[in-house]
Design a protein around this ligand. Structure first.
Ligand code: GLA
Length: 677
């Protein structure tokens, strides 16, 4: 009898083991690390649990988060226990399971008192499976726990990475040619009498000689040919056309660059680098200098990258024992930033501009000294130190503004700082980092801000890019030269302060950069430039893509055509060309047909593939492209025989950027969002 029981026990054990072999738990390292979303997904430590529930193994998952796995029809089922994390929050969370893009199971929306919920889903036949955690209401809030979560696979199979679902694009940008090429802005602005500082972006084999033929026509302007830097001060308002020539052994290029002396700054979206994603609190003057060196080594300024921005962490902590300001109220810095002026001088000596960070509240987002009640002193100090850009981050101002009416609450602190910056004898770009609060896009320009954050922080997952695109679709009309919708730092390259590359697939990175170009969104890198790889470098040194972002017309793209899982966006460019982005929003490769009529275009147009920098012939009516999953095909259309704008649009050259964009939008609305007829 004893032997029999022993035999049964062994059988039971091996059956369980056999079963375990087919169970792929979501907390296994290679699966967990594929979760992408708003923060790190980590294994639960001992004692951490779901509110009101128990489990043996599990993950703490911030919302939103998404896991995509290729199961090749070899999966059987999924099950998991889902609930709020032990420190409950106010948001309602639920877990959803998708097979081949279709929702097949979900938990109810759970609040902190709901207790855990076991969810099971039949995955038979699925090519790919997506599991996501979503918060209802505010999608960027809340932590959940997924416990005892596994996929049962046929024996011998494991889920594969999502990138194998669709062909992934490699480096498309051709090697930069030896011939001189002007990149980036053709136009820039400065206030009368304030220092001018503009480095002319031009690529090509070195040595490369750049000169301005008619420099002497603009009193007060100087040219530093070592750095290709336009400097000086111009007192008289007006538009000055500068005839710039670049020559090297391979050839010569010419460009007319316009300097607007007037009230507007940032006539094209700012392009640069910010310290937060790469270094967070660990930022130091030393690291900032290294990034300026990297700009030089990588020739980034030749493509228009011009700002180095110090984010949070240069100030004194608000809870520190030491003073946070001197007797005159001037902000003091921590030991990692011994000399702010010297740091600015160093960055300027490379022909780059420098920015810093503060908050309208008493403390910044991570508890450093803010500018509340010191706005004027701080603006003067930043100018005195020689800074060119201020990221002004809402943070603790919410506590100050309690009880105010909505619009005033959000607008007021930016109005104060905007006025103080405007009064300086130095141009400091004002970035209102207001997360879309109080519809910042509608009033950003009125508080002397040149760009404004319309979204929460961007994280490196597909949902973040789609959210930004939704914002572009909703807010494109608030964009114009000198006023830009911002969607946060770009999440390409090595962007995790804990170390690690972006979790966006290569295809998704093409969509990310293409759409930032189309939306005229400030392109601010967040990666450690010392660790940059060839692929990331190729994404940021494609002059033809950057030209779209920096186009002088400053009209952001409107969505002109869309269907299930795809969309086409068009933006008119200075000189009569159009840029078009064909976005595959689905996981599988698909053919997208862009219908010219939907953007109000008639006649014959020449097509240029901007990522490959390749002419694609001429088109009438429709243009087709095979676009891999989550990738974007980006083209430039130039007018050829009979090219015109449909009667409903009139002559686009006669219209201001706003009217042009309005008309494109009007066309889309009347035509509807559907396939070509
Ligand atoms: C917020 C911002 C980030 C960064 C941090 C710094 O989260 O959105 O971009 O500036 O604050 O504390």
């Amino acid at each position: 009898m004893k032997n029999f029981l022993f035999f049964v026990a062994i059988l039971t054990l091996s059956a369980a083991q056999a079963l375990d072999v087919n169970r792929v738990y979501l907390d296994e390292d290679d699966i967990r690390s594929r979760f992408a979303g708003n923060g790190i997904v980590r294994v639960c430590t001992n004692g951490e649990s779901i509110v009101g529930g128990e489990f043996k193994r599990g993950l703490v998952v911030p919302s939103p988060a998404r896991l995509c796995l290729v199961t090749d029809g070899k999966a059987k089922s999924f099950s998991a226990t889902f609930g709020q994390f032990e420190k409950p929050n106010r948001s309602m969370l639920h877990l959803r399971v998708w097979c081949d893009g279709k929702l097949i199971a979900q938990t109810p929306e759970l609040n902190s008192t709901s207790g855990p919920h076991r969810v099971t889903a039949d995955l038979k036949g699925a090519r790919w499976v997506e599991i996501d955690v979503h918060a209802v209401g505010n999608p960027w809030a809340g932590k959940s726990v997924i416990g005892d979560a596994f996929i049962e696979m046929e024996e011998g199979f494991r889920p594969r990475d999502i990138t194998c679902l669709s062909r992934q694009l490699g480096v498309l940008t051709p090697k930069s040619s030896d011939e001189p090429r002007f990149n980036g802005p053709k136009v820039f602005g400065a206030r009368p009498g304030n220092p001018v500082f503009f480095r002319i972006p031009v690529s090509g084999a070195k040595p490369l000689n750049v000169s301005i033929e008619n420099l002497s026509e603009v009193p007060g302007l100087k040219f530093n040919s070592d750095l290709n830097l336009i400097e000086g001060r111009v007192e008289n308002p007006g538009v000055y056309s500068l005839k710039v020539v670049a020559k090297n052994a391979a050839g010569e290029a010419r460009r007319e660059i316009k300097l607007h002396i007037g009230e507007k700054l940032s006539l094209t979206p700012p392009m640069g680098w910010n310290s937060w994603n790469a270094f967070a609190h660990d930022v130091s003057a030393e690291k900032i200098r290294k990034m300026a060196d990297a700009f030089e080594r990588l020739n980034l300024a030749d493509y228009g990258w011009s700002y180095i921005l110090v984010d949070d962490g240069w100030q004194i902590k608000a809870d520190a024992k030491e003073p946070r300001r001197d007797k005159n109220g001037v902000q003091l810095t921590n030991e990692r930033f011994p000399d702010m002026k010297a740091l600015a001088d160093y960055v300027h000596s490379k022909g780059l501009k420098i920015g810093l960070y503060s908050s309208p509240g008493p403390v910044t987002c991570t508890g450093y000294e803010g500018s509340f009640l010191h706005e004027k002193t701080d603006a003067l100090t930043y100018a005195d130190w020689g800074y060119d850009f201020l990221k002004y981050d809402w943070c603790s101002y919410g506590n100050i503004a309690k009880g105010e009416t909505v619009q005033l609450k959000y607008l007021y602190p930016y109005l104060i700082m905007g006025r103080n910056l405007r009064a300086l004898k130095r141009d400091i770009v004002h970035y209102a980092c207001a997360y879309g609060f109080g519809d910042v896009a509608t009033w950003g320009a009125s508080v002397n801000a040149q760009c404004w954050r319309t979204t929460r922080d961007l994280f490196d997952f597909w949902g973040g890019i789609l959210t930004a695109m939704d914002q572009m679709d909703a807010l494109w009309r608030f964009v114009s030269p000198g006023g830009w919708n911002d969607m946060d730092m770009m999440v390409i390259g090595d962007i995790h302060w804990s170390g690690g590359k972006t979790r966006l697939t290569p295809n998704e990175q093409y969509t990310h950069v293409s759409m930032w170009a189309m939306g005229a969104v400030p392109m601010i890198l967040g990666c450690d430039l010392d660790k940059i790889d060839d692929f990331t470098l190729s994404l940021i040194t494609n002059g033809e893509v950057i030209d779209i972002n920096q186009d002088s017309l400053g009209a952001a793209a409107a969505k002109v055509q869309c269907g299930e899982g795809w969309s086409c966006w068009a933006r008119p460019l200075d000189g009569g060309d159009f840029a078009v982005a064909m976005v595959n929003e689905s996981q599988l490769e698909r053919e997208i047909l862009f219908c010219l009529e939907k953007a109000g275009l008639e006649g014959r147009w020449a097509v240029r593939d901007l990522w490959r920098q390749r002419d694609e012939g001429e088109v009438v009516r429709g243009y087709r492209a095979k676009v891999p999953g989550h990738a974007t095909h980006l083209i430039r259309l130039s007018p050829r025989e009979g090219a015109r704008l449909s009667d409903r649009l009139g002559d686009i050259r006669e219209n201001s950027w706003l009217r042009r964009a309005e008309k494109i939008r009007g066309q889309q609305q009347s035509a509807g969002c559907a396939d070509c007829p």
